[in-house]
Structure formats: structure tokens, C-alpha cells
Ligand binder design. Structure first.
Ligand SMILES: Cc1cc2nc3c(=O)[nH]c(=O)nc-3n(C[C@H](O)[C@H](O)[C@H](O)COP(=O)(O)OP(=O)(O)OC[C@H]3O[C@@H](n4cnc5c(N)ncnc54)[C@H](O)[C@@H]3O)c2cc1C
Length: 401
């Protein structure tokens, strides 16, 4: 049996190196269009490769995927971070879990993963061809003819695994849509919010816990928020961008974000402020930061509420208290544009999961054509979930069932 794997990234490599254990006689070819293998693995996790996440129960794990959650849940019963951990440890790669659940190689270097995969590819006799772009897949009575760019000769394969990764333009999927496969149009996921000229950007570098809600949508997230020189970033914002990838693209990245800087109900906050007014009347408001907000942010919010630096609690007027409550709980920011997060950008969209048999990762139309990784309409939030989706789908595809 002759098998072609298209794409030398995470999904392509992990499927290619696992084929042999299921099909000892297979001839395995891997085609990569660029000169570099595993290039995203190399830069992933800031060069450390956040290989997976310390979350093993299929239903809990599947909740980290804005697209593909239900589809992946059944796959995770077969291959989840437990199996990935064991697979790597069996091959001498030791892993470590960080306090937030992210899993990295103990060496803190993505090169460890790359070295392991290259060694496995060699051991399993995967024939790798770089600078080889596949430009069409023509189904035959049995198998497929693959067309290579700048090469008139077409090559026949019995089975093909497509692992070309996420694509930013829908035209890049033409070689798949030409086969009649349904493609969900790609849009970016995992981006930060631009707030051009908003004075809050002067606080760049300040980070705090907050709740953010996108107005006129159901999107809301709680977590760390980082103020940047162009707007807002941090896990809460990135998660919002992932869950809202399609909705926010439709809004052309122009929307209002409402920030609750403290975790409190309005009544409780008013009561807390009234107590301060009666008990600490002589103190300056600026010096009585009763929240856990960093001082610079507290001062910024007071100024936004129109409260002067020398204002005492006792002298605070009703409108000032009202403005303070509003700014702490319902602070509005106009978002205009996005910035793609350099650390871990993925695309929402790709081959529709309605086309794929979840038991085999094969196309329902072409049972010998398999898919793995980000080419599918699957994406996760940050934390190692995108690689885990690639490992899981690749493991199942590699069995060529
Ligand atoms: C900077 C960065 C950091 C990241 N860090 C993390 C992280 O730490 N943890 C995590 O879980 N996720 C991370 N991600 C996401 C993760 O890298 C991807 O989800 C994952 O690489 C997807 O694997 P893939 O094999 O599907 O696609 P890719 O890794 O993109 O590989 C696809 C390969 O196919 C090749 N190709 C495309 N078309 C053709 C063709 N026609 N013929 C031949 N070859 C072709 C491409 O050149 C590419 O090498 C990061 C992403 C980025 C951009």
C-alpha cells in the first residue's frame, strides 16, 4: 500500500510516523511544500512547544474547542493527552506540567519534539520530500493521482492523508473544494483587540483580572486582561476572540467591549462605597483603593469617572459615586480592528466536519482520503489544545481504517 501525507507540520508528521505500526508493509511518503519541516512546532509556545494540556477527560477537554467540540469528544476517548504523554515518554521525551495546566517538554525546547519526530520518521522509513507542493488530488477508481507543482508527472497513491494546516484564504482550499468537499470559510481566531487612540493604552503593560462582555452578542469571558500599546490582550481577550471568531469577523472587528474591572454586584459595590464614605470620609479616594486593581489603573479609572486626585470620600457627590460604579462595572471600550497574536494564531474554518467520518478521519465521499489537523474546521483556545487536536486526529487517520 502506497500512502501520501500532504504537509510536513504537526498533523502530517504525527500521522506519517504512526502509520507503520498499523501497516507494517506500507510505503509512506510525506510531501512538504516549503524547505522547512515542523516549522510551527519550532516556534510554538515561544520556542518551548506547548505540546498539550493537563486535561484528560474527553468531555472536559472538548470544551476548550470553539469549533469541533462535539466531533473531538468521541475522538478523545481513543487518544487524548494521556496517550500523547505516554507516546512521547515511550520515546524518551520527558514532559512537565505548568501551574496553569500547560504541558511542555522538560527541556523547555520545541527542538526536543522535532528531534523525536525526525528520529521516528527515519525509523519508520517515511520518505520525506520538501519543496514539493501538491496542487491537485484526482480520485481514481482506486486511490488518487497527486499532481505536484512544476512537475508534469502525476503520482498514484492508494491512500492520502491531507494535513496542509489552516489557510487564511478560501481560494487556498480550491484543491479540496474541487473534490466537492464543503469548506467553512476561514477567519482568524486568537487575536487581540485594537482600541486606537484610547487613553487606556497609556497603561500598556498593566494586567489585572476582569470580565469582558462584547455588547450585542452573548460573548463574555473572565480572566487575566493585559493592556497593550494598541488595546487589550491577555487570556480573557484571546478566549473571546476564539469563541467569537466568526461573529466578530462579521462585525468587521468593530464592536463595543464592556469591562467589569471588579467582581461585584452593583448593589454590593454601592454599599461598600457608602461604608467608605461614612467610615473613611477624611481619606482621599485616590489613596483608598479598595479593589485589587493596580494603582495606575485605579487612578486612570478615577480620572475617567471625573474624580479629582484631591477628592475626599466625604465630599464625593452622588453623580461622582454613580460614575465610579459605572466605570468599575460597565466600562465601555470601542474596538476597531484586531491584531493577530504572534504567539499562537490559528484559523477558524476549513474542511467541514460534516464531510468527515469521526471513526476514521476519512472523507465520507472518498473513504481513502483522510484529514488531520488545522485544515479541518477545528480550533481550540490557547494552552496546547490546538496541537492536541492535531495529535488526536493524526493518530486516528494514521490507522487508515
Ligand atoms: C506562532 C505559533 C505558535 C503556536 N504555538 C502553539 C502551542 O504552543 N500549542 C498549540 O497547541 N498550538 C500552537 N499553535 C497552533 C499550532 O501550531 C497549529 O494548530 C498546528 O501546527 C496545526 O498543525 P497542522 O499540521 O494541521 O498544520 P501546520 O503545522 O500549519 O502544517 C501544515 C504544513 O503543510 C504544508 N503545506 C500546506 N499546503 C501544502 C501543499 N499543498 N503541499 C505540501 N505541503 C503543504 C505547510 O507548508 C505546513 O508545513 C501555534 C501556532 C502559531 C502560528
Amino acid at each position: 500500500m502506497k500512502v501520501a501525507v500532504i504537509g510536513g507540520g504537526a498533523g502530517g508528521f504525527f500521522s506519517a510516523i504512526n502509520i507503520r505500526m498499523h501497516h507494517p508493509q506500507a510505503q509512506i511518503f510525506l510531501f512538504e511544500k516549503t524547505t522547512k519541516l515542523l516549522s510551527k512546532v519550532a516556534v510554538s509556545g515561544g520556542g518551548r512547544c506547548n505540546v498539550t494540556h493537563d486535561c484528560h477527560a474527553p468531555s472536559a477537554l472538548s470544551k476548550f474547542y470553539p469549533r469541533g467540540s462535539k466531533f473531538l469528544k468521541s475522538l478523545f476517548y481513543e487518544f487524548n493527552p494521556t496517550q500523547m504523554w505516554a507516546w512521547l515518554e515511550d520515546r524518551g521525551v520527558h514532559l512537565k506540567i505548568e501551574s496553569d495546566g500547560r504541558i511542555f517538554p522538560a527541556t523547555d525546547s520545541s527542538q526536543t519534539i522535532i528531534d523525536c519526530f525526525l528520529k521516528e520518521a527515519h525509523k519508520n522509513k517515511v520518505q520525506i520530500q520538501t519543496q514539493t507542493e501538491i496542487i491537485s488530488i484526482a480520485p481514481q477508481e482506486k486511490g488518487f493521482l497527486l499532481e505536484l507543482k512544476n512537475n508534469p508527472k502525476k503520482i498514484h497513491f492508494d491512500k492520502v492523508i491531507v494535513a496542509v494546516g489552516g489557510q487564511t484564504k478560501v481560494e487556498n482550499f480550491n484543491f479540496l473544494s474541487n473534490l466537492g468537499l464543503l469548506i467553512e470559510p476561514p477567519v482568524p481566531s486568537l487575536f487581540t483587540f485594537n482600541m486606537p487612540k484610547n487613553p487606556i493604552t497609556e497603561l500598556m503593560g498593566v494586567s489585572t483580572q476582569a470580565s469582558v462582555r462584547i455588547k450585542e452578542t452573548k460573548l463574555h469571558e473572565k480572566g487575566a486582561l493585559l493592556i497593550t500599546h494598541w488595546g487589550m490582550s491577555g487570556p480573557a481577550i484571546l478566549r473571546l476572540s476564539a469563541w467569537g471568531a466568526r461573529e466578530l469577523a462579521e462585525k468587521k472587528y468593530q464592536f463595543d467591549a464592556e469591562v467589569a474591572w471588579i467582581d461585584s454586584k452593583e448593589d454590593a459595590l454601592r454599599e461598600q462605597i457608602n461604608t467608605l464614605k461614612s467610615q473613611k470620609g477624611a481619606s482621599l479616594i485616590a489613596n483608598t483603593n479598595f479593589t485589587e486593581l493596580p494603582k495606575r489603573l485605579w487612578n486612570f479609572l478615577l480620572a475617567k469617572a471625573g474624580i479629582a486626585e484631591n477628592q475626599k470620600w466625604a465630599d464625593a457627590k452622588k453623580q461622582e459615586i454613580h460614575a465610579l460604579v459605572n466605570v468599575l462595572l460597565y466600562d465601555n471600550y470601542v474596538v476597531n480592528g484586531k491584531t493577530t497574536f504572534k504567539e499562537e494564531f490559528v484559523t477558524c474554518g476549513g474542511v467541514s466536519l460534516s464531510e468527515i467520518n469521526a471513526e476514521t478521519m476519512a472523507s465520507k465521499r472518498y473513504p481513502d482520503l483522510y484529514f488531520t489537523g488545522e485544515v479541518l474546521d477545528i480550533d481550540g483556545i490557547t494552552g496546547g489544545f490546538n496541537f492536541q487536536a492535531a495529535w488526536t486526529t493524526a493518530w486516528i487517520a494514521s490507522q487508515l481504517r
